[in-house]
Design a protein around this ligand. Structure first.
Ligand code: NAP
Length: 264
């Protein structure tokens, strides 16, 4: 039985993850990590059934002392995820992180820490298997089509832009694409931001609208042709098989893995 704690259990993703872990017969939900509601249970939040009597802690060291989780699932916010992940590794807890917004420096530091601690750590900007395939197919297409624009579309409560998936897609494309500045050499934005973010000469556009969940199109333009690779997550259930997979997988790893595409 894998003992799991969840940070961000009251959130949209966190609530789904709570149900996923509780229903999984290989896992046991032992605690929730929050910044408030210490000494209560998940049931007390009113968001879960009354028999979800999982204790809530506001301090990870205290949570670890009392419940000794094997894995911490983090679905919180870009401001706190780095601290949570670092502290979890230091305490010997394996992080499975869905929260996006790490800097390259933070990822490098956590990679070293995971190695030192000999603990698995999976940071997955996207847990949806279809999205992973979309990124892999985009990388394949970029070998033939170096002119690419990424349009990522999310709900309007998302804090970071571009999305972790948009950025990860660009990084994977960068590995195979001959670097070039796209568009006209003399192009000029008459309105700031019109051409989106410039990543190694390709552009990433972030759309934020109510009603959306997580969607991305990768457009490849060639002579007289356009190839579009698109993935849509219509609800947060689309991420949960990936979360469960990572919880099991992280137990077998001793290093940091960034991106589910490196596992499947
Ligand atoms: P959300 O609904 O805002 O949930 C985040 C939750 O974390 C909120 O309940 C928030 O509390 C809580 N929180 C904030 N600071 C905390 C702390 N210090 N300790 C514990 N909990 C804390 O957001 P969401 O849509 O669930 O998304 C959560 C994260 O997952 C985001 O970074 C999002 O980009 C990412 N995400 C990843 C995937 C993936 O496949 N990897 C998919 C979707 C989303 P309050 O409500 O009090 O603020």
């Amino acid at each position: 039985m894998i003992k799991v704690a969840i940070a961000g259990a009251r959130g949209k993703m966190g609530q789904e993850a709570v149900h996923t872990v509780i229903k999984n017969d290989k896992m046991m939900l032992v605690a929730a990590l929050d910044y408030k509601n210490a000494n209560t249970t998940l049931a007390d939040t009113g968001l879960f059934p009354t028999d979800y009597t999982v204790p809530v802690y506001t301090d990870l060291a205290e949570l670890n002392e009392a419940t000794a989780p094997d894995v911490l699932i983090d679905l919180t916010s870009p401001e706190v995820v780095y601290t949570h992940t670092k502290q979890a590794l230091t305490l010997g807890i394996r992080p499975v992180v869905g929260t996006t917004g790490f800097t390259d420096e933070q990822l490098a530091e956590l990679t070293t820490l995971a190695q030192q601690q000999k603990r698995g750590c999976i940071i997955a900007p996207n847990f949806a298997v279809g999205a992973i395939l979309m990124m892999k197919f985009a990388k394949e297409a970029a070998r033939f089509f170096p002119d690419v624009e990424i349009i990522e579309m999310h709900h309007d409560q998302k804090l970071d832009a571009p999305s972790g998936t948009g950025l990860k897609t660009a990084q994977m494309i960068q590995e195979v694409r001959t670097a070039k500045e796209q568009g006209h050499p003399n192009e000029k934005e008459t309105y700031a931001g019109a051409r989106g973010a410039n990543f190694d000469g390709m552009h990433i556009h972030s759309v934020r609208l109510p009603g959306l969940v997580a969607h991305q199109q990768v457009l490849f333009g060639g002579d007289g042709q356009l190839l579009t690779i698109r993935h849509d997550s219509f609800n947060r259930g689309s991420f949960m098989s990936g979360v469960a997979y990572c919880v099991e997988e992280v137990m077998t790893q001793q290093t940091l893995i960034y991106g589910l595409e490196n596992l499947i």
